[in-house]
Ligand binder design. Structure first.
Ligand code: GTP
Ligand code: MG
Length: 374
């Protein structure tokens, strides 16, 4: 490694961080977050609680005469939030709850497809000849996965959906509506879920395999893993507690203050998502999930073009083979005229020529594109 030289006078290149900061502030940041889980677990409500503003319509039924109105399709709400001059473009992807149909097979497919579609859109833009300097990023940076507060561990549908989601995105699990659990139940449920995550080998966020993580990052990741899944409570309603307006849920016996960490872990989740891991979620999406998608797609593309070239080669070799076949037949006819060979024997010989001529070129056709690509 080159020697590090300390200049004797101030040169000024230490201002590069400010220069980068100014450029980044001008450009702004993009964060895409998705909420996934079974019906009625408070996904839409949490989205609005998280960013302290009404961003999506919650679908709870207020008037009994109304129909149950649920989030019907995948809905993307875009907002720009600004704090101390930092502009954050926020895409919130609210998904319809699943799991309450008679047949729940593949009900999560549209959600997984949405995530993959964003990756393929980005890849397409990246591969165009004249691409934009900054590609619009719609890749899902974080999936908040809602677990029902049953106290009995994961349901089979949770395991299936979590497996699918963790293959394509950063997944952060949360215990929904945790106000229905006592503190002891909540802790026990959390430990049980952590054991199940390990047993089913679910690669949840944070993923230690990311090579950019140093010792400190890995230590922090261990602490985060101990806290997952966050036991949250959501509410859009403002209530007055000690003369202060807070987001909370009013019960006969008192008020749950969503913002109070003694009541629930919503403040931990918000702190984790927005204050400490926002950049890491964006970066790991690009470097782990998108990279693996990109590599798979490009290898498949290469494989397809190799197959196409090989079949083309085979086709032309077959043509060459049939020409040879015709020549052979003519020769044999001449021989027959000379030596009196039977027509059946002639046909068998022609077939053999055809077969052998089709094998040889196809071998070279399939290997060539790979060596070209190297
Ligand atoms: N007790 C309790 N109720 C909640 C909580 N969060 C939301 N709710 C209520 O649960 C009901 C459903 O909330 P939504 O946010 O519409 O649920 P959802 O998961 O978006 O539902 P779908 O779109 O149908 O999947 C509403 O009446 C909410 O007020 C919570 O943390 N605790
Ligand atoms: Mg909803």
């Amino acid at each position: 490694m080159a020697n590090v030289i300390q200049p004797s006078n101030h040169v000024g290149f230490d201002s590069i961080t400010h220069q980068i900061e100014r450029r980044l502030l001008k450009r702004g940041f993009q964060f895409n977050i998705m909420v996934v889980g079974q019906s009625g677990l408070g996904k839409t409500t949490l989205v609005n609680t998280l960013f302290a503003s009404h961003l999506a319509d919650s679908c709870g039924r207020i008037d009994p005469s109304e129909d149950f109105s649920r989030t019907p399709d995948i809905k993307v709400v875009s907002h720009v939030v600004e704090e101390s001059g930092v502009r954050l473009r926020l895409n919130i992807i609210d998904t319809p709850g699943y799991g309450d149909q008679v047949n729940n097979e593949k009900c999560w497919d549209p959600i997984v497809k949405y995530i993959k579609d964003q990756h393929s859109q980005y890849l397409r833009k990246e591969l165009t000849a004249q691409r934009d300097r900054y590609l619009p990023d719609t890749r899902v940076h974080c999936v908040l996965y809602f677990i029902q507060p049953t106290g009995h561990g994961l349901k089979p549908i949770d395991i299936v959906v979590l497996k699918k989601l963790t293959e394509t995105a950063n997944v952060v699990p949360v215990i929904a509506k945790s106000d229905s659990l006592t503190l002891v139940e909540r802790e026990r449920f959390k430990r049980q879920l952590q054991e199940e995550f390990a047993y089913h080998k679910l690669r949840l966020y944070p993923n230690d395999s990311y090579e950019e993580y140093d010792e400190d990052d890995r230590r922090l990741n261990q602490q985060i893993k101990q806290m997952l899944p966050f036991a949250i409570v959501g509410s859009e309603k403002l209530v007055t507690v000690n003369g202060k307006e807070v987001r909370g849920r009013v019960h006969r016996w008192g008020v749950i203050n969503v913002e109070d960490e003694k009541h629930c872990e919503f403040p931990h989740l918000r702190n984790f998502l927005i204050s400490t891991r926002l950049q890491d979620l964006i970066e790991t999406t690009a470097h782990i999930h998108y990279e693996s998608f990109r590599a798979k797609q490009l290898l498949a593309l290469k494989g397809n073009s190799a197959a196409a070239t090989s079949s083309q080669a085979q086709h032309s070799s077959n043509q060459a083979g049939s020409t040879t076949q015709q020549q052979q037949q003519q020769q044999q006819q001449q021989q027959q005229q000379q030596h009196g060979v039977q027509p059946q024997q002639q046909a068998a010989a022609a077939a053999m020529v055809g077969a052998s001529s089709s094998v040889t070129p196809s071998r070279s056709g399939s290997t060539q594109p790979y060596s070209n690509g190297k």
